[in-house]
Design a protein around this ligand. Structure first.
Ligand code: ADP
Ligand code: ZN
Length: 740
């Protein structure tokens, strides 16, 4: 037997006991370790030997006893951090079960900041000594301007690092050391954890309108009750939904709880952050992929110790270690970016509701175009609904009209119709702004050879390469492959023969520059914005009216408030419907509604132009008539008829790998072993549109059941039955949003 390490030297060492430790590795079960002394209750973060390395894991249970005592290894150490709460552990377990993923893979998302487990760092800081003032008068210290500047900075009594002092005064270490030698400054060892300012809920709130007040009061009631509930805050664009849920945040802070706000795209929330700061006097903590390791560590630890009262973030913020969550808000709850499409495939909106449930706190879903699933949950009485039917301060909803492109005459290689052109020109003439929306990045979606029609395809994916003229290259939007435009056609060898087909935002920009001479035009797309700061700068420029026409992809639709924007043109309103998947109509409606909602948000009325070849399509009709609920009812009726979600359940099994034959064989094995049950329908295996992605061949099966069936459990048992070759990877996508 390996000796169990004694944790202290008291005479009667406590008897060792066993714990099950879950590791952040793609494994489903916890591993048993021995603990001697100390408190190692479930939730404790521990370092344990695993194979040849040490791994940080979480004590999960009291062990399964599979390993005899004699082979049990002791844990290396227990980390000095508040334990992972039971509610977060339940969320990890629930997410794993629901998405058919190993528990350890989900745990890994909750331990995504390895540096958070390093011991607290200490830093050397400098403060002015109490003797400073007197000493300065009496001692013969040479008072250089550099020394004066440092003393002036430190006069407020705050400790600062040498780097901070250098940044503020330009004085280096030599100056500080000189002052220290004279006893004017002393060193203090401090922990290097930055502190986040606390939002102040007591600051004066906005004067809410009667409907806003009513909705806010109901949300506050729920926060005060400290029990699980789900409320849909359903308000038209510009109705002040944000102001309303700020009151719920204030109530949670007043109760001493933490708040999590999930947003679809943290990089685009500059205006939201400013509004938050105006209401609460401090910015909330932002959690996103653009943070440095140091920032991530600081935030993770502050959340864990309860020092970060409000966190706003994208999906992954859901797995942060809040000890005392009092409110979860999901803004733009219908947004598809809440669905994580790789690794553990989960929907953060749904997981957020589960987190609120395990925490015993309210969840608030916010949208002007709620997801059909959410609407159905309201009908069933599982969620409450609060409505804000009007725009704030008398602003009216924009007038939406279709432009029937079958009847318009456009010049070759142009996409802005005469009615849209005239409306934009008129707006610019009146000193207002316009937005042109086209959900296509780059210059042209297709590039082909004029001589032989050869199209340029990605070598790694079943996808055409897209020309990005600003970067002077062709790009694959699936794998990031890029290459220069060839000067000879690889098939017919014709020189300079490649021509762009169709428009992307860059090409639309060219047309707009020619059509609206003198106008200040900017393009906003995910690949032209480099990070949150660039996005904030562009949004700020539009707000300050330094931009007249904003051209963009779906990133322009997200939540921006531009009071001077009065005309919105949708260049190709049919674009999203073409795919024809389950949610194509719903998704297109939501997106176009949100784009349209950017127009006329203040005292100038807005106009929206939808360029379409199919004006009778139900999405166009619903947008023009404003009959959202009728559209939703019709879509729900159709889903019910086909027993599709939310009335039935769907899951996809995606088999992928570098060897096509092995992938085919694995897909066939899934088909062969499919559960035989009248309630379960299996479609496929099929070759998906993206038959090759990043050099891996793919096949898909779609599984459909009624609502009563426990689909994840069936999938798990099924996957356990199928043996696949080592190179083949099987992904499960429960409630799929993507069908490629
Ligand atoms: P939504 O999120 O519903 O689209 P917002 O919360 O962004 O609407 O509100 C639209 C605009 O109206 C924002 O500029 C917001 O500051 C302003 N607003 C909304 N309600 C109020 C209020 N009660 N007092 C002052 N301004 C408000
Ligand atoms: Zn590719």
């Amino acid at each position: 037997m390996e000796p169990l390490r004694a944790s202290d030297s008291r005479e009667s060492a406590p008897a060792p006991y066993r714990v099950g430790v879950m590791l952040p590795l793609p494994l489903d079960q916890a591993y048993d370790y021995a603990v001697t002394g100390g408190n190692c209750a479930p939730g404790a973060y521990v370092v344990v030997p695993f194979g040849k390395r040490d791994v940080v894991g979480v004590v999960w249970d009291s062990g399964d006893g599979a390993l005899p005592d004699s082979r049990l290894k002791p844990i290396e150490s227990r980390l000095d951090l508040p334990p992972m709460t039971e509610s977060l552990r339940r969320l990890v377990a629930w997410t794993a079960a629901y998405t058919v993923s190993p528990v350890g893979s989900v745990l890994r998302m909750a331990l995504s900041v390895p540096s958070a487990f390093d011991p607290p760092r200490t830093v050397v800081t400098y403060v002015a000594t109490a003797a400073t003032a007197a000493a300065a008068r009496t001692e013969p210290v040479r008072r250089t301007p550099a020394r004066e500047a440092v003393l002036a900075l430190l006069a407020d009594g705050r400790a600062r690092t040498a780097a901070e002092i250098a940044r503020a005064t330009g004085s280096g270490a030599g100056v500080i050391k000189g002052l220290a030698a004279h006893g004017l400054v002393e060193t203090v060892i401090a922990t290097g954890e930055p502190e986040f300012p606390s939002p102040d809920w007591q600051r004066p709130r906005a004067l809410l309108s009667a409907p806003q007040r009513e909705a806010a009061d109901r949300l506050v009631e729920r926060v005060d009750r400290r029990a699980f509930s789900v409320t849909l805050l359903d308000g038209v664009t510009g109705s002040g939904k944000t102001e309303v849920y700020f009151e719920a945040i204030a109530a949670a802070l007043a109760a001493g709880c933490q708040v999590l706000v999930l947003v679809p795209e943290i990089a685009l929330t500059a205006q939201w952050l400013d509004r938050f700061a105006m209401r609460f006097g401090a910015r909330p903590v932002g959690w996103h992929s653009d943070l440095s390791t140091t920032q991530r560590r600081a935030i993770w630890r502050s959340v864990a110790t309860g020092h970060a009262p409000v966190v706003v973030g994208a999906r992954s913020a859901l797995f942060l270690p809040f000890p005392d969550l009092g409110l979860v808000v999901v803004d733009e709850e219908h947004d598809h970016s809440f669905k994580q499409e790789d690794g553990v495939i989960y929907n953060a909106r749904d997981a957020a509701i589960m987190r609120a449930r395990f925490e015993g706190c309210p969840a608030v879903l916010v949208s002007a175009t709620p997801a059909l699933e959410t609407v159905e949950n309201v009908y069933r009485g599982r969620y409450d609904r609060l409505a804000l039917p009007e725009r704030h301060a008398g602003a009216t909803l924009p007038a939406i009209a279709v432009v029937d492109m079958r009847k318009e005459t456009l010049a070759r290689q142009s996409w802005i119709s005469p009615p849209l052109r005239d409306a934009v020109a008129a707006a610019l003439g009146a000193g207002e702004q316009a937005m042109l929306f086209l959900n296509r990045r780059g210059y042209a979606p297709l590039t082909l050879c004029r001589g032989c029609g050869h199209r340029l395809q990605c070598p790694n994916c079943t996808a055409w390469l897209v020309e990005h003229r600003l970067q002077r290259r062709l790009q694959c939007h699936h794998c990031g492959y890029h290459a220069p435009i060839p000067d000879h056609c690889p098939r017919c060898d014709a020189p300079d023969s490649f021509v762009p087909c169709g428009p992307g935002v860059e090409r639309l920009n060219e047309e707009a520059l020619a059509t609206f001479p003198g106008a200040r035009i900017a393009v906003m797309a995910s690949d032209t914005l480099h990070g949150p700061a660039a996005a904030a700068a562009l949004v700020g420029a539009v707000q300050a009216r330094e931009i007249d026409v904003l051209i963009g992809t779906q990133v322009v639709a997200k939540g921006h408030h531009f009071p001077w924007l009065t005309v919105v043109g949708v260049i190709d309103a049919d674009l999203g419907i073409a795919g024809g998947d389950l949610r194509a109509a719903e998704r297109t409606y939501q997106l176009l509604h949100q784009v349209a909602g950017r127009a006329g948000r203040a005292d100038r009325p807005g106009r929206v132009f939808l360029q379409t070849y199919d004006p009778d399509q139900s999405v166009m009709r619903a947008l023009v008539s404003g009959e959202r609920d009728r559209f939703i009812m019709a879509e729900l009726a159709e889903r019910r008829r086909c027993a599709m979600p939310p009335f039935g359940r769907l899951a996809a099994i995606i088999v992928g790998g570098p060897d096509e034959a092995a992938v085919e064989a694995a897909a066939a094995a899934f088909a062969r072993t499919a559960p035989r049950d009248a309630a379960i329908e299996v479609l496929g295996p099929a070759r998906p549109p993206l038959a090759v992605l990043r050099g891996r061949h793919r096949r898909r099966l779609l599984v459909k059941t009624d609502r009563a069936t426990n689909l994840p459990a069936i999938l798990r048992a099924w996957i356990d039955r199928v043996r696949v070759k080592g190179s083949v990877r099987v992904q499960v996508d429960v409630d799929p949003y993507s069908f490629v």
